[in-house]
Design a protein around this ligand. Sequence first.
Ligand SMILES: [Zn+2]
Ligand SMILES: [Zn+2]
Length: 371
Amino acid sequence: MAMDAEAAQTAIQFPCSSCGGPMLFDADSGQLKCQYCGRLEEIPSDTSVPREHALDDGQDDADTDWGVEQQTVKCSNCGGESLIPAEQTATLCPFCGSPKVLPQPDTVNIKPESLIPFRIDRDDAATAFKAWKKKLWFLPGAFKRENTSARLAGIYIPYWTYDADTSSSYSAERGDYHYRTVTKTRVVNGKTETYTEQERYTVWHWVSGDYDRFFDDVLIPASGQYDAKLLERLGNFELGALLGYKPEYLSGYIAERYSIGRSHGWEQAQSRIDDALRSNIRSEIGGDEIRSLHIDTSYYNQTYKHLLLPVWNASYIYKSKPYRFMVNGQTGLVSGKAPRSAWKITFFVLACLAVVGALVLWYASSQQTPQ
Ligand SMILES: [Zn+2]
Ligand SMILES: [Zn+2]
C-alpha cells in the first residue's frame, strides 16, 4: 500500500516494533498496521463501561488527557477546528482543503470517553462515493470523472450524549367525543319530512398528573462544521460498537474539535427530551383531543459523555461554489450535495418538451382523420 503523503509528515507516534516504521489504524483489521512492513499489532480493547460525568460539575471533572499531546489547529478559511498530534505541522484543512491552518494557543479539549473505530477504509469510501455519483442525474461530466479518493479525509466527529432523570407534572383539558341522535326536518318533493342524524359533540374535563422518565444516551452532534441534514442523512451509528478511547485509533485520522460546548449541547438534548415527554404525556392523557396542555419538568442527575464517530469527508469546489459529501465510516452510507450541470438539465427539459410536442402533433393529426 502506498503511504499517505500526510502520514509521511507526521512524527511517528506508534513506531513498528520490528522496523520502526509508522503504524496507523487499519480499518480492515481493526488493528495498527505498519506502513512499511505491513506488520499488524492488536490494540488492547477497553470494554469497561465508559464513565459518565455530572453535567453541573465544573471543568475540573472533565478529563483532558488524550494519551498523546494534542494541539488545536484552526482553519482561517472555514473556521473548522481539528486536533492533531502536538509535534505534527498542520497541512491542509480537512474540511475545506485550504492551507490556511494555524495552531491555536492552549485550548482545553475534553477527552472522549469512547469512539467507534473506522470500519470503512479510504478505498471503500471512494468506492461508495463512486456508486453514489453513478445514481445521480445531471452531474457535470468533469465532476463525475474526478477522482475524489485523494481528497478524502478520515475525521472523527465529536458528539455528546446525555442521560437525565426527568419528573414532570402536567395539566390539560381532555376532550372525548360523544354522539347524540338528533331529529331534523327537510323538504323532499314539496313535502316536509323528519329524519334522524348522529351528531358529534366533545365533552371537556380537566386532567392532571405526574410523569417520570429516565433518558439514556441522547445523542447530539458537537460539531459546527456540517449542517444537521447532511449529518442526519449519514444514517445511524451502531453505538453498540463503541470502544473505550485509545490514542491508537486516531493514528492516521483527524479528530475534529467540538465547537458546541457541553452546556449548549445539553440545551439541544433538553429540547429533544421535552418533545419526547410531550408526546409521552399526550398519549398518557388519551382522549380524542387535548387542549391547554401545560407541562412542568424538572431534570436531575444529568450526566454527559463525549464520543467520537468516524466519517470520511471531502469537499470540492465547482464553479466557485463549495460542495461537500460524507461517508459514514462505520456503515459506508453516503450523504452529500452534488453540483448539477445546467447544460444537462436544459437538454433534459428540451428533450421532454420535444416528446410532449410530438405527442400533441400526433394527437391533433389523429383527430383530423378524414370522415
Ligand atoms: Zn514495520
Ligand atoms: Zn477550512
